[in-house]
Design a protein around this ligand. Sequence first.
Ligand SMILES: CC(C)(COP(=O)(O)OP(=O)(O)OC[C@H]1O[C@@H](n2cnc3c(N)ncnc32)[C@H](O)[C@@H]1OP(=O)(O)O)[C@@H](O)C(=O)NCCC(=O)NCCS
Length: 489
Amino acid sequence: MTASQHNDYSDYPATPVKVKTGLANVTLLSRRGRGDTKLEWVAHPRDRYFSDVTGDPIVTDKQTLTIRDNRSGEEYEVEITDGSIRAADLGKIGKSDDDPGLSVYDPGFTNTASTRSAVTYIDGEKGILEYRGYPIEQLAESSTYLEVAYLLIHGELPTKEQHDQWVHEITFHTFVHENLKSQLQGFRYDAHPMGMLLSSVGALSTFYPEANKIKDPQVRHDQIVRMIAKMPTLGAWAFRHAQGKPYVYPDNDLSYTENFLSMLFRMSEPKYDPDPRLAKALEVLFILHADHEQNASTNAVRSVGSSQVDPYSAVTAGIAALYGPLHGGANEAVLKMLKRIKTKDNVPAFIEGVKNGEERLMGFGHRVYKNYDPRATIIKKACDDVFEVTGVNPLLEVAQELEKIALEDEYFVKRKLYPNVDFYSGLIYEALQFPPEMFTVLFAIPRTSGWLAQWLELVDDPEQKIARPKQIYTGARQLDFVPSSERWK
Ligand SMILES: CC(C)(COP(=O)(O)OP(=O)(O)OC[C@H]1O[C@@H](n2cnc3c(N)ncnc32)[C@H](O)[C@@H]1OP(=O)(O)O)[C@@H](O)C(=O)NCCC(=O)NCCS
């Protein structure tokens, strides 16, 4: 049936009908209801489904969105794929010689998907985190950081041969060029280790100029191995630098995290003997921090990488983004907060301050997780292992009391505020004698595998283009320039 054939609506069926029309602004009368209900409907030269009773559109299984531009009365139908529409389709709306078409204004990309990705899955409502489909809990329990790094980079778990080869390659690329050591030594005694890390990773690109051949799989592989291998060396040397201690060269007999502990803490002993419980705890922390889909630093890596620059430069951008207090710095803030609260007895008064808006409970709440951050549960367990070696951090009691009260309090329950990854990690890092400035370095080292997995995905994705957002220009136009000789008279 087509709408144009309907002069008499009395035979209009009670069930939803399909109306085909090329007319605009067709007026339809429903057969039923209280009297004749007049339904205004803007027709579109396409099949339409609607209820003859209410006039409401009938839900169909069509994966499209119909948008009516009230400025022109025009309707547009755009495809919905995986719960999203293409911003480029919106660009067709209102497009003319004088109008570039509709765009989306989304500062901070709070509701914009920039990529299709198969690396990391997060369900914030349910508190789920998976790398390549594997739950974080299982990886933290039974895997190693290097195996997880392989999984992130290659998309699947390694065979025994692949694993052994991968570990061997990474272990034998841990040394850095001596000139890079000189560069690090040139920093001031109080240089922030993140500043040292980001500049030395950027400098690595100058040691491996072939790294800009980003389409060559072997070249890509070599840089990925180098970066994952060298990050602990650079991070540990930045730590030693602040202490005025000699840099310790890598010990390739040790595992990834054992070697890191050796480069951090070895003094005069000929061979450092790391406590396996600390090495394991660090392994778990590294696994938890390996990737977290499209966060600020990953977005920085992808954005800079989209210019087809070498991966060292792209990862340097990620380190710079992580440096910021809104990203990598929260665990340091948790530690400061716990020190300020000092004892368990002061917790209720602090919580009252939070509820009155005078304080913020650092380490609680998350943009994505509206449930217990799955990483927080695992870190809480790792605390026990570390404190078994280092002795219990007295601030743990304060943290546990805060968590207990907050989880029962209506203010936090209503707002779905739960502990996040940073709530307990600072306590562990402090127990391991890291100064707060090192906390973000401890985040950057394992995140390198995630950044590189995302970078690889980007360079292989035929849909990706150089990242170039639009702007809504709000400044002046077409002013007449007056030379300084006249302006300054
Ligand atoms: C992570 C964070 C920035 C997420 O922010 P967000 O998604 O923008 O959430 P909002 O700031 O909109 O918060 C929603 C509500 O919860 C409150 N809230 C959020 N986090 C809170 C916290 N840590 N302490 C107290 N109240 C908090 C907000 O005040 C707001 O309350 P309102 O609705 O009465 O105004 C925020 O929870 C936070 O600042 N947490 C502490 C810092 C931290 O641990 N960061 C590490 C993240 S891994």
